[in-house]
Design a protein around this ligand. Structure first.
Ligand code: MF3
Ligand code: CO
Length: 295
């Protein structure tokens, strides 16, 4: 992503952000600051990753549906329910609110939501023969399109009586996301944030999946940057106000090794069969910190 090469407007010309203000009174300083950091050898966001106020508002509206759908699942989910029933609720609720489930037909994905149970790490496909059992933990990962704007978040649900060790995994994973959110600080690096998430998981005896992570999200489902939680401080892309991305670490009780279901080409499992948990939020980087758009 070579931002340095991007053409700058004349200082008195309208700013590239669409504010209508002169460039010199708008994003010139912002661009200078980014350019300096890029010249130090860091990865910096392209202008296309900086959302305008109108776009941010569009993403917020989409996010309202995403949150409402997960709230609805939270009300209804219980032992004995099939993951197909979860899919039905997601589809109906999303459409009733004017949205489209972003997962449906995404790169051929057959359902409206991902439902990942126990040792399923992510991309579990809802099905009528997957019945939630007492003691299961499940991630419901929901994504919405509204007026072309994308939102994305996921939550864990504990079904009935869940073992202490699985509850702790779910809780620590939630803390990982909270730590990630607190470390979304403009003009620091994604690696600063990601390494804090990783550290919390490791301190609790868990591992973090390295192959799959968060992503920019808003105008497309998956945009740059890739958001790793197995990253080092001072590395990865610079966070600047206006960027929107997800924080969604997959935390494993055992090994971080994973494999993909060769039958459906989607579902990811832990290699050792031990449970995995994930929570996902979508955040906007602001001037002073962050705004959580979905949870
Ligand atoms: N919602 C997932 C994410 O957090 C992506 C699911 S893609 C699908 O990025 F096709 F599997 F639905
Ligand atoms: Co996501």
């Amino acid at each position: 992503m070579i931002r340095f090469a991007e053409k700058r407007p004349d200082r008195n010309a309208p700013c590239w952000c669409g504010s209508g203000k002169k460039y010199k009174n708008c994003h010139e300083e912002f661009d200078d600051r980014i350019r300096k950091i890029e010249l130090q050898g860091h990865s910096v966001p392209d202008r296309s990753l900086i959302k305008t106020p109108e776009q941010i508002q569009g993403i917020r509206e989409s996010a309202k549906i995403n949150i409402a759908v997960l709230d609805e699942i939270g009300e209804k989910i219980r032992a004995g329910m099939t993951t197909q029933e979860i899919d039905d609720i997601v589809y109906r609720t999303t459409v009733r609110m004017g949205g489209i489930p972003a997962d449906l037909h995404y790169e051929g994905f057959p359902k409206s939501v991902c439902t990942s149970v126990n040792d399923q790490v992510c991309h579990g496909i809802p099905a009528p023969d997957v019945i939630l059992q007492d003691g299961d933990i499940i991630n419901v990962d929901c994504s919405t399109i509204l007026n072309g704007f994308f939102s994305d978040s996921s939550r864990m649900f504990c079904i009935g009586e869940v073992s202490e060790e699985k509850r702790r995994l779910v809780q620590v994973t939630k803390e990982c996301v909270e730590i990630g959110v607190a470390n979304v600080i403009p003009w620091t690096f994604l690696g600063d944030m990601g390494s804090k998430v990783h550290q919390h998981a490791l301190e609790n005896g868990y591992t973090v999946v390295k192959e799959i992570g968060g992503h920019g999200c808003g105008l497309e489902f998956h945009e740059d940057p890739y958001v790793s939680y197995v990253s080092k401080p001072g590395t990865e892309m610079l966070m600047v106000p206006g960027m929107v991305f997800t924080i969604e670490p997959m935390v494993n009780m055992g090994t971080d090794e994973i494999y993909q279901d060769s039958g459906n080409g989607w579902s990811i499992y832990t290699a050792d069969g031990k449970p995995s948990a994930q929570w996902e939020v979508q955040v906007l980087v602001t001037e002073n910190g962050r705004e959580v758009l979905t949870y």
